[in-house]
Design a protein around this ligand. Structure first.
Ligand SMILES: [Zn+2]
Length: 223
């Protein structure tokens, strides 16, 4: 799933746990991706591209068993929950952070090509519904609707809705081989690709966090 819609997921978690500040929830929903960025920079995980990149199907998340595996993501979520709720007595915070971490795994499984392993050390099976490969335009529509759904559940402002819409539309060329876009420059430049995604993560988290301060159609004042 693209960065803007992972960030939007924090809105649902915030709605469920209104006493928890939004900032740690925003970090939790992208914890797996931030780990992926760091591990790619360190050369521990690996991303490759086709000779030409026309869509997300030409980018291969070739090796990411630590940041994106069922076991590591579930264990991280469980550990965060245990430490915060059982260790520090922060019940709502522990549940919100655990849910935020595991949401990333579930959303990636629903959209990614077959590139998510069960655990480090196991190269097969590789999980992922394969939307990005088989039907990228369907993925675009599903992600767009999901982002709007998150905004609706939260009762967000029009500015937040506008950002979610623009953030999704910005991905259109990346999800459509027929629509040229800046993704062509990423061919053979995996480090640049990782940096572009890192910037997207930061921009979308900061923007969603800032725009979520104001709500419409809600009886509670979020922060
Ligand atoms: Zn991911």
């Amino acid at each position: 799933m693209f960065a803007v819609d992972h960030a939007a997921t924090a809105l649902i978690v915030k709605r469920r746990y209104p006493s928890v500040p939004l900032a740690p929830i925003l970090v939790s929903v992208q914890a797996m991706e931030l780990a992926w960025v760091g591990l790619n920079y360190l050369g521990i995980e690996r991303t490759t591209t086709e000779a030409t990149v026309r869509s997300v199907a030409d980018v291969h998340l070739a090796y990411m068993p630590y940041s994106h595996s069922v076991v590591t993501a579930s264990a991280a979520a469980l550990l965060a929950w245990l430490i915060l709720e059982k260790g520090f007595g922060r019940v709502a915070l522990g549940r919100a952070i655990g849910l935020g971490i595991v949401s990333h795994l579930i959303l990636d499984l629903a959209t990614h090509a077959h590139d998510i392993v069960l655990s480090p050390g196991w190269s097969t099976p590789k999980l992922g519904l394969g939307l990005y490969e088989a039907a990228p335009i369907v993925a675009f529509v599903v992600e767009f609707l999901y982002g709007i759904f998150c905004w609706y559940v939260y009762g967000g402002s029009w500015g937040l809705l506008a950002f979610i819409c623009v953030g999704n539309l910005a991905n259109l060329s990346f999800l459509s081989p027929g629509i040229p876009g800046p993704e062509g420059y990423l061919a053979g430049r995996p480090t640049l690709l990782v940096t572009v995604i890192f910037v997207q993560i930061v921009v979308t988290l900061v923007a969603v966090g800032a725009l979520a301060r104001r709500r419409t159609g809600s009886t509670t004042n979020g922060q």
